[in-house]
Design a protein around this ligand. Structure first.
Ligand code: CA
Length: 575
């Protein structure tokens, strides 16, 4: 759920303190002999901080291609793909995407064969809500242990999981823990009578204390039959009373149900809002953290591999609290990072990229890892935010896959879908474009209308771009392949070496795992960078690059580049 003020998301996170820390960091990097080999992005005990280095596969995370399903912690080396099932692929011609449609498209995402090049290479799926719901998006659930009939059956879901695991892909599902639908039988019973056993499944009171949403003026206590119930998002989504042990037990049971069906984990919606204080503090309560700790412990007892991803839409410092002491979420989405990557790509300046990395230096730890991304179903698509600038899109994607953590992309991002022009949410979630064929582009069968109409430019479809030189799809495939082929990029530590030259768009990031070091060099600017020198030792070999002039060389602890074209980048291995 969208749950933060715009100002919290759009680059307003660099406090004066962070600015000073950034200066200190740069001074450290520039100090003679200091380099940044052990730079501040690494936690104090770097090896402990990325302890899974020891346990993780050292072949760059490709173990999941073995067809045996994800190994414990395999998500660390993964690349996840967010799917809105309704908009992905329709198998039965009712205009609504479904699980069978998704299964039929899995080979385009990952065919399980590392030797082929017709698949994107992602290693995980995040399915937006798949449970029965009166809304098209499904974030107001009426049955936490069933599959929405429009999408298929539980057997279809289990078939999807089996097909995904066979290809080395994990499957996580959205879990809307915070609230249900008013149409959920629990709420129906709860609202019918103050004496019903389900009354305490929700929060009721006799009056409206006047609390408003943290991100707006909307009231959160809603009148019904002489009482008021609490629902932070809107009246159709009453918050569950997670302080009631019976509710907690029901939700853990539902999560166990899906793990038992083979699901690998959950993206927990609205994690900041699970609890609220008696005096109207509606975000980030200690009880929310305690609940997640209890749930993780309860789930791991039977399913030690379970992945829990937080949607905590706020600044990075607050997001990092949702890792707890390594006992809450495994991953949390990087909303500041998303803003910073887009700002850097749009403005052609390295500053926001460096700023968000500097901020990460202060907040990353060995407790959890970020899930960096560019945009999701709650935002205008990244291509739209970048005003359709294909160069900006390409450099933003390259930067995304350079970062530590477990990156996520949003269906259609890899072909540059703009989404609809309106601001309504449906325009962020339009049907996937599979072919060039008008009018349905392979989403549904001929003669049937998709559930929602989308319009994109010619060539914005998988068929036109898959494997085509220079296409965005092909770039995403190559970036994912480069990342997965490198332990340093997949799960290594990160530091920022000092950069000399490169103009206002030139930046560098060094990723390290064991003996492997990979330098990411980027020019966000719309002009050529000119020469770039980076304080890093070793002989450079180019793994993958776009717009690189000449051949990188090294001397005296510096890697030298003739330059990067506008929006150019290079992944360079140092040996
Ligand atoms: Ca269908």
């Amino acid at each position: 759920m969208r749950s933060a003020e715009p100002g919290q998301r759009a680059g307003a996170f660099i406090s004066p303190l962070m600015g000073r820390l950034r200066v200190a960091t740069l001074l450290l990097c520039l100090a003679p002999g200091g380099g940044c080999k052990h730079g501040p992005l690494e936690p104090p005990e770097a090896d402990a901080g990325f302890a899974a280095d020891a346990a993780a596969p050292t072949d760059g995370g490709l173990s999941t291609d073995a067809g045996l399903g994800p190994k414990p912690g395999a998500w660390r080396d993964g690349v996840y793909y967010e799917v809105f099932v309704r908009s992905f692929a329709d198998s039965d011609g009712d205009g609504i995407g479904d699980l069978r449609g998704l299964i039929a498209k899995l080979d385009t995402l990952n065919d399980g064969d590392p030797s082929t090049d017709r698949d994107l290479g992602v290693t995980g799926l995040w399915l937006m809500p798949i449970h029965p719901s009166p809304s098209y998006h499904g974030y107001d659930v009426t049955d936490y242990q069933a599959v929405r009939p429009e999408y298929g059956s539980q057997a279809d879901l289990e078939a999807l999981v089996a097909a995904a695991h066979q290809r080395g892909m994990a499957v996580i599902i959205d879990f809307v823990l915070n609230h249900s639908s008013t149409a959920h039988p629990w709420f129906q019973a709860s609202s019918a009578s103050p004496s019903s056993p389900e009354r305490g499944y929700y929060r009721w009171r006799a009056d409206d204390p006047g609390w408003t949403q943290p991100w707006g003026a909307g009231h959160v206590w809603h009148p019904l039959m002489g009482s008021y119930y609490y629902g932070i998002f809107w009246s159709g989504m009453p918050d569950l009373n997670l302080g009631n042990p019976a509710v907690e037990q029901k939700m853990v049971e539902a999560m166990r149900h899906w793990l038992g069906a083979g699901i690998d984990g959950f993206r927990v919606d609205a994690a900041r809002h699970l609890f609220e204080s008696a005096d109207g503090q509606l975000s980030d309560q200690a009880e929310s953290h305690a609940l997640i700790r209890r749930m993780r412990s309860a789930l791991e007892a039977s399913f030690p591999q379970v992945l829990l991803v937080a949607e905590a839409w706020t600044d990075l410092a607050t997001v990092s609290t949702y890792y707890g002491q390594g006992d809450e979420f495994n991953l949390a989405f990087g909303f500041d990072t998303a803003s910073a990557l887009k700002t850097a790509a749009k403005d052609g300046l390295r500053a926001s990229f460096n700023q968000v990395l500097a901020q990460a230096e202060q907040t990353y730890s060995d407790r959890g890892f970020e899930a960096p991304f560019l945009s999701n179903h709650d935002m205008p698509r990244v291509q739209r935010e970048l005003a359709g600038d294909s160069g900006a899109m390409r450099v933003a994607a390259a930067a995304l896959f350079s970062l530590p953590g477990t990156p996520f992309l949003y269906y259609g991002e890899e072909i540059g879908m703009l989404g609809g022009p309106a601001t309504k949410d449906e325009d962020k979630r339009t049907p996937m474009r599979w072919t060039a064929e008008e009018p349905n582009h392979g989403f549904t069968v001929a003669g049937r209308a998709p559930w929602y109409a989308g319009t994109e430019a010619a060539g914005v479809d998988v068929e036109s771009q898959r494997g085509a030189p220079g296409s965005l799809w092909t770039l995403y495939r190559d970036l994912i392949r480069t990342r997965r082929g490198s332990p340093a990029l997949s799960h290594g530590t990160a530091s920022r070496p000092a950069v000399t030259g490169g103009g206002r768009g030139g930046a560098a990031l060094l990723r390290t795992a064991g003996d492997e070091r990979v330098l990411f060099l980027v020019n966000f600017a719309a002009q050529a960078s000119g020469p770039i020198d980076v304080a890093a030792g070793g002989v450079p070999t180019v793994l993958f690059a776009e717009g690189l002039s000449g051949t990188p060389s090294s001397s005296a602890g510096q890697v030298h580049l003739e330059g990067l074209a506008a929006r150019g980048f290079a992944f360079v291995k140092l040996q």
